[in-house]
Design a protein around this ligand. Structure first.
Ligand SMILES: *[C@@H]1O[C@H](CO)[C@@H](O)[C@H](O)[C@H]1NC(C)=O
Ligand SMILES: *[C@@H]1O[C@H](CO)[C@@H](O)[C@H](O)[C@H]1NC(C)=O
Ligand SMILES: *[C@@H]1O[C@H](CO)[C@@H](O)[C@H](O)[C@H]1NC(C)=O
Ligand SMILES: *[C@@H]1O[C@H](CO)[C@@H](O)[C@H](O)[C@H]1NC(C)=O
Length: 321
């Protein structure tokens, strides 16, 4: 309740002051940065036999910890809910993350739900609201599909590799990397600190030939694998939409023994500053739950993760339905 009253008071004060002194309004506004950001993570259909036993949909816990590590709380976005419910959640949370995984970009319920939030995020931005969107691995691939309306991916078989990133000219001034410390940027360019588990990638060639994609996103990093140069990091020019083909959350939080998951100190720092960036974007959103009770009931703390690491590549996962 304190939070709600705090917000109302601030808004009231802004409105009141702005009547008398418009310049005060622009001074007061940036101070209302949201320091209690809540981010949604979209669940996806359970595919494996082991996961189906626990629930029809899941969220790997590493994505939850990734956001929590930078000061956000998480709300699971469950599948098969009504449009009204998604609308209500959209106005309650401060950003959304599409995780990696293995469901169809075209026909899954995961993709249908992600599209609802993607469209709302763009509409919101166009009307002066702020709602950041993040895609990791399959989530990144999904963004390319949502933006272009086509599946333009190509098989690169980049499954289980740690790689440095090749930065483009545009990366230095990017929103994403602008505030990374120099030593972390240095590690990203010279050490194998990013985790790749993707059979498919968006090639620079297909990106460049597609007007919808090339006018929407700026390429920040690329990688070359099996002779194909693909996009490993991108951010939208205009909208707060971000995609990484690599997995920042795996380094600190997934322990399957694989050359694709670097655990070096540099890799952990990369994960933290990546999370810190996206959470800082969510801090710009002033969406909030209608009541403290609604907020409490929506948080992922209402669910307990299951230790799945003995039988699955994810150490822990949350299951639903
Ligand atoms: C969603 O609803 C469809 C149709 O009722 C059902 O087949 C499917 O199993 C549900 N998926 C999940 C993840 O609940
Ligand atoms: C471009 O996209 C098509 C799918 O539309 C895919 O078949 C092809 O392999 C892609 N080519 C490259 C070079 O990425
Ligand atoms: C960076 O780009 C160069 C030149 O295209 C390529 O040879 C190299 O493999 C790329 N590095 C990575 C880590 O993908
Ligand atoms: C998980 O793996 C353990 C051994 O690693 C095995 O004993 C157990 O039966 C497995 N559980 C399932 C559900 O497959």
């Amino acid at each position: 309740m304190a939070r709600l009253l705090g917000w109302r008071w601030k808004l009231g004060a802004c409105a009141f002051l702005s009547l008398f002194c418009p310049s005060v309004f622009s001074f007061v506004l940036p101070r209302s940065e949201n320091d209690r950001p809540i981010i949604g993570i979209v669940a996806q259909e359970s595919i494996s036999k082991i996961f189906k036993r626990f629930g029809s949909s899941y969220i790997a816990a590493s994505y939850v910890k990734f956001l929590e590590s930078a000061g956000a709380r998480v709300v699971p976005i469950r599948l098969n809910r009504s449009d009204e419910e998604y609308e209500k959640i959209f106005h309650s949370i401060n950003g959304i993350l599409y995780p990696g995984g293995a469901v169809s970009l075209e026909t899954s319920e995961f993709s249908r739900v992600a599209k609802i939030f993607y469209n709302k995020a763009l509409e919101a931005y166009d009307s002066g609201d702020y709602f950041p969107v993040w895609g990791t691995c399959m989530g990144h691939e999904l963004l390319t599909f949502l933006t272009s309306g086509e599946n333009l991916l190509t098989w690169t078989n980049t499954n289980g590799f740690s790689l440095p990133l090749n930065f483009t000219q545009g990366a230095k001034g990017s929103r994403m990397f602008k505030h990374f410390p120099d030593d972390v940027l240095q590690a990203l360019t010279s050490e194998p600190v990013t985790s790749h588990f993707h059979f498919w990638s968006l090639s620079v060639q297909n990106f460049t030939e597609n007007k919808k994609l090339s006018s929407f996103y700026k390429i920040l990093t690329t990688n070359v694998h099996n002779d194909i140069e693909f996009i490993s990091t991108m951010e939208a020019y205009k909208y707060p939409v971000y995609g990484v083909q690599w997995h920042p959350e795996k380094s600190p939080f997934e322990w399957k023994i694989s050359p694709g998951i670097p655990h070096s100190q540099s890799a952990i720092k990369v994960a933290f500053f990546t999370a810190d960036f996206f959470v800082s974007e969510a801090r710009k959103s002033s969406h909030r739950f209608f009541s403290k009770e609604d907020e409490t009931n929506a948080l992922i703390y209402n669910f307990n993760p299951v230790f799945t690491g003995k039988n699955h590549s994810f150490e822990q996962a949350y299951f639903f339905d």
